[in-house]
Design a protein around this ligand. Structure first.
Ligand SMILES: Nc1ncnc2c1ncn2[C@@H]1O[C@H](COP(=O)(O)OP(=O)(O)OP(=O)(O)O)[C@@H](O)[C@H]1O
Length: 284
């Protein structure tokens, strides 16, 4: 499904959570939506899922707006950090409700994932541990098979092994049936290899939208003495420079392989670091 974000703004009282954001997401891909705390990621995902209204601008999904549009929201599943489900419901009833809501619901996958995460179908949501509640969210998100599936920090309380399994299953499912997956996380290093495209927000604005492979191949860090690095970056597009004890590292937009072939001390920049450099607050 095509998602067009047009001059989107959201204001909470005096707070501008989103400031005039525009971009388009074309077709099924795994997108990483990144940014510091308070950058506007959750606000954006809630507008996209039709759960809240924008203040200005709009999001069009195949030409339609999601708010109050049940036919469209049947194609969108947003799993948040917590409190996705009513506390008094049993796990099996949560699954039943979502299976009625999503025409694309995959019962077999839901059953397999229940086994995988060892969830008790008769347990009430309020008796689940944080990790188990997250597992239920992950199961609903994956089994919904919604053409737009959004995970907003979906794994609070899940241990490293359970998170790893989630990433593996997500990828397996995506490979068998492509859909748009938007993944927001602060554990970027863990997940970044899944991302096909990276979107970075900073304080309500879009600072970057780029294919992950292009980012990996076209950004690098070069290190050396201050004069060496200064001379090298003179005609380059620099993201950031850092100095320590007479040495300098510059983070640069440019071809990684080309820089390597010149015998310089260069290395790729992990996406997590790139996000940090690009969103470093002035004066911080
Ligand atoms: N319901 C609300 N009422 C008032 N302000 C809000 C509300 N929801 C979000 N905000 C504010 O809007 C800004 C963006 O918040 P949002 O939750 O969208 O950011 P985020 O990028 O998801 O942050 P995090 O990574 O910490 O989850 C923040 O300054 C936040 O305090």
């Amino acid at each position: 499904m095509k998602i067009e974000v047009k001059e989107l703004s959201k204001k909470y009282k005096e707070k501008d959570a989103l400031k005039n954001i525009s971009f388009t997401l074309e077709g099924p891909k795994i997108y990483g939506l990144l940014g510091r705390n308070g950058a506007g990621k959750t606000t954006f995902m809630e507008i996209l899922a039709g759960q809240i209204l924008e203040t200005n601008g709009q999001i069009l999904i195949d030409g339609e707006t999601p708010f109050d549009n049940q036919q469209l929201t049947e194609s969108i599943c947003l799993i948040k950090e917590g409190q996705n489900f009513k506390k008094d419901l049993k796990v099996k009833n949560v699954l039943k409700i979502y299976s009625y809501f999503y025409p694309t619901w995959d019962e077999k996958l839901a059953d397999e994932l229940i086994q995988e995460y060892n969830l008790n179908l008769n347990a009430k949501v309020k008796t689940l541990s944080k990790g188990m509640e997250s597992a239920l969210g992950i199961i609903v998100g994956l089994a919904s098979k919604a053409p737009i599936t959004i995970f907003d920090e979906p794994y609070i309380g899940l241990d490293a092994a359970a998170r790893k399994r989630f990433y593996e299953i997500l990828l397996e499912e995506y490979e068998t049936e492509k859909r748009t997956i938007i993944f927001s996380t602060h554990l970027i290093d863990e997940v970044s290899l899944l991302f096909e495209e990276v979107i970075i927000f900073q304080e309500g604005s879009l600072v970057l939208k780029e294919e992950a492979d292009i980012l990996r191949n076209n950004t690098y860090a070069i290190s050396g003495t201050i004069p060496e690095v200064e001379a090298y970056v003179e005609d380059k597009e620099v993201i950031q420079k850092k100095q320590l004890a007479g040495m300098m590292t510059a983070y640069v937009y440019g071809n990684l392989q080309e820089a390597k072939s010149q015998g310089l001390d260069v290395e790729g920049i992990p996406i997590q670091d790139l996000m940090i450099y690009l969103t470093e607050r002035k004066g911080a």
